[in-house]
Structures are given as structure tokens and as C-alpha cells.
Design a protein around this ligand. Structure first.
Ligand SMILES: Nc1ncnc2c1ncn2[C@@H]1O[C@H](COP(=O)(O)OP(=O)(O)O)[C@@H](O)[C@H]1O
Ligand SMILES: [Mg+2]
Length: 614
């Protein structure tokens, strides 16, 4: 390998007869005075059978051409592998054409590739282009990141592990995970969460896909690791184990909850809500006031009589309701509030509080919040505001030298489908957007960090996107998303061109912490989402048996005349544990006959079914 051309102080061309170059790999240029390292950014191979002309290959400019000939390459006569290499250090003078180049041992590039010891960072995968260094890796780095390939299973690590120095997030906070469907986001997120658990970092995960549980080991991985992770995880469903404490809600909180409950939440509703809601209202007190106001507008006489019966003549309560009803405006606004309120209430959201979440985070656990996405986006707005507030109060008190009221740990917030939590634009304002923005901009000060995954980076709020100092970019096909990625990262045009073709699980990591874009193969996860049964297998297991079950029941009544079905119906219903009609039984008998399991004999009064060997 030799230097064959120099364009600027930053780039050189290196050619080889034997070795194909890989994008991302690091090469060492043997310059007697400078210890020069460069990264391959483009590659090209020329076959000797292909006549070579300058016009055909933009990679080659005339200088490189001359350089190649100068050091003895015979253009058009032999195979030549060529790499464009970006020099990684500032150099005082250009590199000489002809200088020899070698592949580094790990020690020669450790400072570039390994920012910290693996046990003080997150081991996320393997740096692509470093495969040849596996041999020179120290033993303790050799088996940290086994890989996975569908069809082949778990493969040994090959290359330098990619260790993310998460402690540097204090300076460069927040991570974005971008990629199209099936590109490896969820798998990658699982790997990150496993690593966060290894470090016992309190983490709050919003899990709209019900996929983030850790008790099932990945095939071929250790059972005990999954056990350890599972015992570190708290899974809570909104409306079942966690929810909103109604008494805590401000009118604005409640408005944003109702807004997210669906439909068009009008300004009239917002006004009406503020007319009726008071601090410390319980769900009962609020819905009662609301209800009276609605009924007062619809059936005044009757409602007034009821209020007087319950509260007496001229009660302050009656005055209050009168006032509220007047301020609240049109009853349609009140009804709009009412159905939204009851929709949320039916989800159970007001029956629980967040104490289980506080408790889990205090104990440094991975806390997974599940629910339908619309409910999660609402709940997250409330929850994050609350938790972030607690953390901020704690730190602010410490900084002012006051004794803090409640101790609250730093924590990480993780969510998939982030564009639903914080969508850009004005036509639909996600309830959680403002709090996500606040954490994106100021969370660093308080030790609160975001990890946001989305398949639509183009739809994610720009203020937030701009604060994601590390971006992990998986396969992306959609042009508008690629445009955003190009604007928001330092990936090159060449790399952007490869985005649509990245295999699942391979990503570019563009990070202020890493300093340059690296291409990474995410390691094999140690756990997996509980296997959902293949729906076709489920059909056979849970639904396919109807005819077969029926066959068992009727076998003792064979031969069975069509007219006798009614007589044995109760017995069949008992055995199948459900109601059955005569038509259904006959259809099953027909199906069994068609399959050859029964014999059907036509007769003048309808068919008789009998066993095949009778
Ligand atoms: N790091 C990886 N190594 C090997 N295979 C992967 C990796 N990441 C993803 N895959 C494969 O791709 C599939 C889809 O990945 P997934 O994370 O579910 O995609 P997404 O969440 O982006 O839709 C996985 O089921 C797995 O088979
Ligand atoms: Mg996914």
C-alpha cells in the first residue's frame, strides 16, 4: 500500500494491488517524522480488463493518475484498489507520494477508537472497518460484543468494540436513534437499555409497542443475565399500575390531558374548563360541577330542584354553579369536556398515581411505562414535568445551599415513536412537546437525558433534534428524512448515499462525543422481546381444533343421522364450552367428511355420518 496522490492537506489517495479497502478503516502512513493516521472515506477498485479513463472515474483526478504511474502501477493492465483517505491530524506539510502505508495494530489507534474502558462506558457494538485488528486486541477487549446475523445465529466479535462514553453526556447530552421500519432501532434500543442497566442508571422508558421486557434470554445467551435484568426492571401500565393523581393537576395540565384524549379541543372548551376547574379538585368534585353545569343548561327546573334538595335553599354551592355555568359559555363546550374526561377515566388513568414510578427510579431501576400511544403521550407530559421538577428542585436547593426537601436521582428518559411525543409544526401540538423541549435544552444541567427513537426524524420537533448531540442512524430510505439527517449530522454525502442500503443492525454514529462519524454494527442483544406466537401457528393451536374437537365429541354417537344433531347439541355445547348451532355442527360434519375423517351416506331423510371403517 502506497500513497499515490495528494489533493489537499486533508486528503490523500492510497493504492494497493492486493488489498481491498473498507470504508471507515484506519490506515497508518509511514512518514519518518509524522505519525500520520487516516480514515478511508471512499473506495474504488479497477479491474485490469476495464479500460480506464479519467472521465469514467471521478474519484481519480489527473494528479492521482500520475501518482499511480510514478510509483509503478500500470493502469489498465492490473487490478488496482484505491482509497480516498482523510487525514485525522493536522499536518504541517503535504504527505510525499510514494510513502508506504500499513494497517494499524490496535495499540497504534487505541486512542482514536476507544474513548474509555469498556466497564466505564456502554458497549454497544463493533466499529466497522476494524475487523483486521481483532488479532491485536488485548484479551479483555476480545469478547465484549458478540454479533448476530439472522440465519447464522450469534457470531464472535470481530473488530474493536464500540464503547460509548455515556459520562460525556454531561457535556454533550441526549441521543437520537433514527431509522426506517425494520432497520434495527428497537434492537439497538434494547442493547442501550441493557447497558444502562449494567450501570444501574435510573431510566424511564415509554413503551408504546409493549416490547421492552428483559426476562427472555436471546437464543444462545445466558439465562442468568436475563434474570438479572428482569429483576432490575419495573413494568407499569398506565391506568393499571400507574396514573395521574387528579388532585395534583393544574387547569393547564388537565387541559392538555383532555386535548390529547382526542377530537378538536376548542378554545371554548379551554375557557369552560378554566371556569370550572379549581386547584385541588378531585375527579369527583370536578365531574360533579361539570355535570351540574351541563344539566342546568339543559333542564334548569329539575336540576335546580335537585341542587336545593341536596344543598338547601340559596346555598353557596348553587351560587357557585350558577357562576361557573355563566362563565363556561355554551353547553356544547361542557359536553366536549365531559366525554373527554370520561374517556380518560375509563382508561383508569385517574385511579392510580406515580408513586410506583418514583419508587422504582429512586431504586435505580429501569422503569417501563406501557399504554396505547395516545395515552402515553398525554401521560408522559404530566409525568416528565413532575419528575423533572423534582430533580430540578433538588439540584437548585443544593446549589443554593438549602437543605433539599426530597432527594431525587439523575435519570434518562427513553422513548420510541418520539415524533408522536414531540411533533414539529403547529397544526398538531403534542402535549409533551414543551416539556421534551425543556429537557432537551436544559436537562444537562440537572442530569436528565433523552434517548429518542423515531422512524420519522423529519417529523420530530427541530429544537429537540438540534439538541441530540449523538445520533445513531440506521437504514433510512425516505428522502425527507435523509435530508434532515444530512442537515443535523456531519455524515458525508457518500455516507448519506449508503443510508438506504444499510443492513439491519448497522448504523452510522454521528456524535460530538466520538468526534467523527463511525460506522457501527450493533452487538447482539442479551435478551429479546417475549416471542409472540406466529399468528399462523396460533391459528392451528388455538382455533384450528374446532372440527377436531367436535369429532371427538360426536364419535361416540356415530353413526349420526342429520336429524339427531338437535338431540346431542347440549352434550356438544358442554364439551366445547360454548353455544353451538345445528348449522355449525352440520358444517363441521361436512368438513370432516370432505377431509375423509367421516363417511357421509345420503338418504331420503337427509345424510347420515358414520365412522370411516364402520
Ligand atoms: N444489531 C443487530 N444485529 C443483528 N440483527 C439485527 C440487529 N438489529 C436488528 N436486527 C434484525 O432486524 C430485525 C428488525 O429490527 P428492529 O429493531 O425490530 O427494527 P425497527 O425497530 O427499526 O423496526 C430484528 O428482528 C433482527 O432480526
Ligand atoms: Mg421497532
Amino acid at each position: 500500500m502506497q500513497v499515490v496522490g495528494v489533493t489537499t492537506q486533508q486528503f490523500v489517495y492510497i493504492a494497493s494491488r492486493e488489498r481491498k479497502f473498507r470504508i471507515g478503516e484506519i490506515l497508518i502512513i509511514d512518514d519518518p517524522e509524522l505519525h500520520l493516521r487516516g480514515e478511508v472515506v471512499e473506495t474504488k477498485s479497477f479491474n485490469r480488463f476495464l479500460p480506464l479513463t479519467a472521465e469514467q472515474s471521478p474519484l481519480i483526478d489527473p494528479d492521482v493518475w500520475n501518482g499511480l504511474e510514478q510509483v509503478g502501477f500500470r493502469l489498465g493492465e492490473e487490478t488496482i484498489h484505491l482509497a480516498k483517505v482523510r487525514i485525522l491530524t493536522d499536518i504541517p506539510y503535504p504527505v510525499a507520494v510514494g510513502a508506504a502505508v500499513h494497517l494499524p495494530s490496535f495499540a497504534e489507534v487505541a486512542d482514536l477508537l476507544l474513548p474509555c474502558e469498556p466497564d466505564s462506558g456502554l458497549v454497544l457494538g463493533v466499529i466497522l472497518g476494524t475487523e483486521d485488528m481483532q488479532g491485536t486486541l488485548p484479551d479483555q477487549l476480545k469478547k465484549l460484543a458478540p454479533l448476530y446475523r439472522k440465519g447464522e445465529g450469534i457470531l464472535p466479535q470481530k473488530g474493536v468494540p464500540f464503547v460509548f462514553d455515556h459520562k460525556a453526556m454531561q457535556e454533550y447530552p441526549h441521543i437520537g436513534i433514527f431509522g426506517g421500519s425494520g432497520s434495527g432501532k428497537s434492537f439497538g434500543m434494547r442493547v442501550i437499555l441493557e447497558e444502562l442497566m449494567e450501570k444501574r442508571i435510573p431510566t424511564l422508558v415509554f413503551d408504546p409497542h409493549y416490547e421492552m421486557s428483559f426476562n427472555t434470554p436471546f437464543e444462545g445467551m445466558e439465562e442468568k443475565t436475563a434474570k438479572k435484568y428482569a429483576s432490575n426492571t419495573e413494568i407499569l401500565t398506565v391506568g393499571r399500575e400507574t396514573g395521574v393523581n387528579f388532585e395534583d393537576l393544574t387547569s393547564d395540565d388537565l387541559a392538555s390531558l383532555l386535548r390529547a384524549a382526542g377530537g378538536n379541543f376548542t378554545e371554548g372548551m379551554d375557557n369552560a374548563l378554566k371556569a370550572i376547574h379549581r386547584p385541588k379538585d378531585s375527579f369527583i368534585s370536578f365531574s360533579q360541577k361539570l355535570d351540574y353545569c351541563i344539566r342546568l343548561a339543559e333542564k334548569e327546573e329539575e336540576t335546580r330542584a335537585e341542587i336545593r334538595k341536596n344543598y338547601g335553599e340559596n346555598s353557596p354551592f348553587e351560587k357557585m354553579i350558577d357562576n361557573m355555568a355563566r362563565q363556561a359559555g355554551h353547553p356544547s363546550s361542557l359536553r366536549g369536556i365531559s366525554w373527554r374526561l370520561h374517556r380518560l377515566n375509563r382508561e383508569g388513568i385517574f385511579q392510580k398515581d406515580i408513586s410506583a414510578i418514583l419508587n422504582a427510579l429512586q431504586r435505580r431501576r429501569l422503569t417501563v411505562i406501557r399504554g396505547p400511544i395516545w395515552l402515553l403521550t398525554v401521560f408522559s407530559a404530566y409525568l416528565i414535568r413532575k419528575l423533572y421538577g423534582m430533580r430540578r428542585d433538588y439540584i437548585d436547593a443544593l446549589q443554593r445551599g438549602e437543605p433539599p426537601a426530597d432527594k431525587f436521582p439523575p435519570f434518562v428518559i427513553v422513548t420510541d415513536e418520539a415524533h408522536n411525543f414531540a411533533r414539529k409544526g403547529t397544526e398538531f401540538v403534542s402535549p409533551a412537546r414543551s416539556i421534551f423541549r425543556e429537557v432537551a435544552q436544559e436537562g444537562r444541567k440537572y442530569g436528565v437525558f433523552l434517548i429518542l427513537a423515531t422512524q420519522r426524524p423529519a417529523l420530530l420537533d427541530e429544537t429537540i433534534t438540534a439538541q441530540l448531540n449523538t445520533k445513531i442512524i440506521f437504514r433510512t430510505v425516505r428522502a425527507s428524512d435523509i435530508d434532515v439527517i444530512r442537515e443535523e449530522t456531519d455524515i458525508s454525502g457518500e455516507e448519506a448515499g449508503r443510508l438506504p442500503y444499510l443492513p439491519s443492525g448497522t448504523a452510522f454514529v454521528s456524535s460530538a462525543i466520538v468526534g467523527r462519524t463511525v460506522s457501527v454494527r450493533i452487538r447482539c442483544a442479551r435478551t429479546q422481546a417475549p416471542r409472540s406466537l406466529n399468528p399462523f401457528a396460533e391459528l392451528d393451536r388455538d382455533f384450528g381444533g374446532t372440527d377436531a374437537e367436535l369429532f371427538k365429541v360426536i364419535s361416540k354417537f356415530l353413526p349420526l343421522h342429520f336429524g339427531q344433531i338437535t338431540l346431542i347439541l347440549p352434550e356438544i355445547e358442554n364439551a366445547l364450552d360454548r353455544t353451538v348451532t345445528v348449522d355449525e355442527v352440520q358444517a363441521s360434519l361436512e368438513a370432516l367428511a370432505a377431509e375423509g375423517k367421516l363417511e357421509k351416506i345420503e338418504g331420503p331423510f337427509g345424510p347420515t355420518y358414520q365412522g370411516v371403517n364402520e
